[in-house]
Design a protein around this ligand. Structure first.
Ligand code: SPQ
Length: 430
């Protein structure tokens, strides 16, 4: 994942409108649900990023017919029982979502499969999924007692469980719901904090049933899902790079169209408002996944404290929020975000080191970081650490440096936003 890019800072600000690519979390889930549902699923605005393409390849190896056209992805699902034993290993690439969610599906399938990914995936903890899946009755193992890839799964008959998640994780919750849909009886999952709920919404979209009471989610086993049409909204995590860019680059005004505004994902909007950013949300549709437009203009910002149950709703935006905070007056404290250490990289270390290299006053803590602003940033050589969100944050930082930035590992953006640099250039030209 190399690729060196020289980035320039703009003279006139960022101006114009963008349709950011489809939501990564929803794109993965649409392929997975389409694969286990009966009948055709047509997915519009699917994210053609490397992670979601890994999901497509894995399900093709499980015998599912998936057709990709310029307009849509068509999944010809034939139900849970028609997934077949793969002849080859399933390569999840760099994608934590693929790894964890597919385990929940494979747990209930009566065959053997092996999951493997890249060097980053090999370091991400999987026991949080393998342990509860064993309680359902599946056979699953991997390096370090099932904590790391390669993972080997021999699925079978499952019995529903009651389980309290030790960490707030939508991926773990989703894996257990996918296993629960195939298990005998009811599965009850309690989450410590509310995490993204795309899996729950998709169970309903595919004709299934799920209940939520307070922090407990209940799903019955033996559910037959039906193929459907899925409209993937723009990814708010991708939009966030341009929301922050518009706020920190002087003379900017950017309109982001058709962005997903699911209430479990919009923490960054709350944070930007609290910091004093000029941000306007125009919701256009509330059915299924809520969607709307986001208008952001250059703003004077003030540091704030970010923590508690807000964290899961902006966990992937913290690198770019750190950059935002470096341009806010005063201190920003980000806490309760220790999960950042087990993402594609240790995102606390990566962002502290790389933004520090550009002159930001930023310090890592056990569960987050402390940023003091407002600090002018200078040019230099920085690295994405092979992590798309770190790479895109540094590219946005380069828009306000006083000299050029060389970004190594720029190709990492292809994981979730292959047209990222094209989109920056589009806004620079206006
Ligand atoms: O798929 P992956 O690699 O885990 O992607 C990331 C990202 O930054 O794109 C995290 F590194 O997003 C996760 C997110 O952090 C996607 C996700 C989901 O689709 O369910 C949930 C979050 O992870 P978790 O561990 O909190 O469940």
């Amino acid at each position: 994942m190399e690729g060196k890019k020289k980035l320039m800072n703009p003279k006139k600000g960022l101006n114009g409108e963008l349709n950011v690519p489809g939501d990564k979390s929803i794109s993965h889930r649409a392929v997975m649900f389409g694969s286990v549902a009966e009948g055709k699923t047509v997915i519009h605005n699917f994210l053609m990023g490397e992670d979601c393409l890994s999901t497509i390849e894995c399900f093709r190896k499980l015998g599912v017919d998936i057709r990709v056209t310029d307009e849509e992805v068509i999944v010809s699902g034939e139900g849970w029982d028609h997934l077949s034993e793969p002849q080859d290993i399933l390569d999840v690439g760099n994608s934590g979502t693929t790894t964890r969610l597919i385990m929940g599906i494979l747990a209930g399938r009566p065959f053997h499969s092996i999951l493997i990914g890249d060097d980053s995936i090999a370091k991400r903890p999987m026991k949080r999924v393998t342990e509860p899946l064993k309680k359902f009755g599946t056979k699953i193992d991997g390096r370090s007692e099932g904590n790391y890839t390669p993972l080997s799964i021999r699925g079978g008959d499952l019995k529903g469980i009651k389980y309290t998640l030790p960490v707030a994780s939508a991926q773990v919750k989703s894996a257990l719901l996918l296993a629960g849909l195939q298990a005998e009886g009811t599965t009850e999952i309690q989450e410590p904090e509310k995490t993204r709920n795309h899996t729950e919404k998709m169970i309903i979209e595919f004709g299934g049933h799920i209940e939520r009471h307070g922090d407990t989610i209940k799903v019955k086993g033996g559910q037959v899902l039906k193929g459907t049409e899925v409209y993937v909204p723009g990814d708010i995590s991708s939009a966030s790079f341009f929301m922050v860019a518009a706020a920190i680059v002087p003379n900017s005004r950017v309109l982001l169209k058709n962005v997903g505004l699911n209430e479990t994902r919009v923490g960054i909007v709350e944070v930007m408002k609290k910091m004093g950013a000029s941000i306007e949300i125009m919701e256009s549709s509330k059915t299924g996944e809520p969607v709307g437009d986001i208008l952001v203009e250059s703003s004077d910002l003030t540091g704030i404290e970010i923590g508690g149950d807000l964290i899961p709703s902006l966990i992937d935006e913290i690198p770019v929020i750190a950059l935002l905070a470096s341009q806010a007056k005063g201190k920003t404290i980000i806490k309760d975000a220790q999960e950042l250490k087990v993402k594609e990289t240790n995102r606390i270390d990566a962002i502290v080191q790389e933004l520090g290299n550009l002159g930001a006053d930023i310090q890592g803590t056990e569960d987050g970081m402390i940023i003091e602003g407002k600090t002018p940033l200078h040019g230099g050589e920085v690295h994405s650490w092979g992590d798309h969100r770190i790479g895109m944050t540094l590219a946005v930082a380069s828009l306000i440096t006083n000299s050029d930035v060389i970004l190594e590992g720029a190709d990492a953006v292809n994981i979730s936003y292959p047209t990222f640099f094209e989109h920056i250039n589009k806004l620079l030209k206006k």
